[in-house]
Design a binder for this molecule. Structure first.
Ligand code: DHB
Ligand code: FE
Length: 279
């Protein structure tokens, strides 16, 4: 049977890739970077076969005229999206299409009507965490399942809905008959706002509370409304609801493996947390 071997929450600000490389070289000595430089090795030790990457498209693949609330990739491969500078020189990501279809079949029956993408280009919301977790290999060591969430255009799904979807995905993975080791990654955040009157908004107190509660008390984070997320974390920090999909897929009781927080990376607070089920 399939098994979830790792759960990770991680920011996807593009500047994180170079920041982690600088920390690994020793030229960035911010102690908060330690967890970012260690998370890839930690993940490799859990020996995942497949990564379910919960991310958001930033207008690169989904036109703002056509934004699905939840969309899952069910393809044999995914290409990195052109975000305005040509397609980046990143290896294609191999898909786990059979497991994607299994998840779709299960969660639709569970009340979550996902949009299914048999072709999908993935932007920095996906590729930045992949780079931090695996570097830039010629061939990726895992297959991937992109799960795109609308956190860019109102109305966006609630934290509660995301947590519930995560629980349905966790049940779906547990019912997959093949012995596949799955890591679930929730991306985005931490607090940041890239536009408007509050551009530059960063809230370290809330970010630290979120990093603690995503492990110990996700029910509290699931109970916050979207206006509360925007108020606390900023209009783009509201991406954090995607971490709740990851957390919902994990067991109720988990143990934390690592946690880290850095302010700022570009004009964003960046966080990472990794956890495993107890059993
Ligand atoms: C940036 C982009 C993001 O998508 C994000 O979540 C945070 C920061 C950026 O371009 O700096
Ligand atoms: Fe983003």
């Amino acid at each position: 049977m399939a098994e979830i071997v790792a759960g990770i929450g991680i920011s996807h600000v593009p500047a994180l890739g170079p920041a982690v490389e600088a920390a690994a070289r020793g030229t960035d000595t911010n102690p908060g970077m330690k967890a970012f430089t260690e998370v890839g090795e930690w993940l490799a030790d859990t020996r995942p076969d497949v990564v379910v990457m919960v991310y958001n498209d930033h207008g690169a693949s989904f036109s703002f005229d056509l934004v699905p609330t939840f969309a899952i990739g069910a393809a044999e491969f995914y290409r990195p999206a052109d975000e305005g500078f040509g397609r980046p020189p990143i290896a294609e990501y191999p898909g786990a299409a059979d497991l994607s279809w299994h998840i779709v079949d299960q969660v639709v029956n569970d009340g979550f009507d996902l949009t299914v993408c048999q072709s999908l280009d993935v932007d920095h919301g996906f590729s930045t965490p992949m780079k931090v977790l695996f570097g830039a290999p010629a061939n990726w060591p895992v297959k991937v399942i992109p799960l795109a969430v609308n956190v860019v255009q109102q109305p966006t799904p609630t934290a509660r809905r995301c947590y519930d979807l995560g629980q349905a995905i966790g049940r779906a993975i547990a019912s997959y008959p093949d012995d596949v080791r799955v890591a679930v990654v929730g991306t985005g955040g931490m607090s940041h706002q890239l536009q408007g009157e509050r551009a530059g908004h960063i809230n370290p107190d809330f970010d630290r509370q979120f990093l603690r509660e995503i492990v110990e008390d996700p029910g509290n984070l699931a109970s916050l409304s979207n206006p509360e997320y925007i108020h606390l974390a900023g209009s783009e920090g509201a991406e954090l609801v995607m971490w709740l999909i990851m957390r919902g897929a994990m067991d109720e009781d988990v143990k934390q493996a690592l946690s880290g927080y850095v302010v700022p990376v570009a004009n964003t607070a960046a966080g990472v947390v990794a956890m495993q089920n107890l059993a």
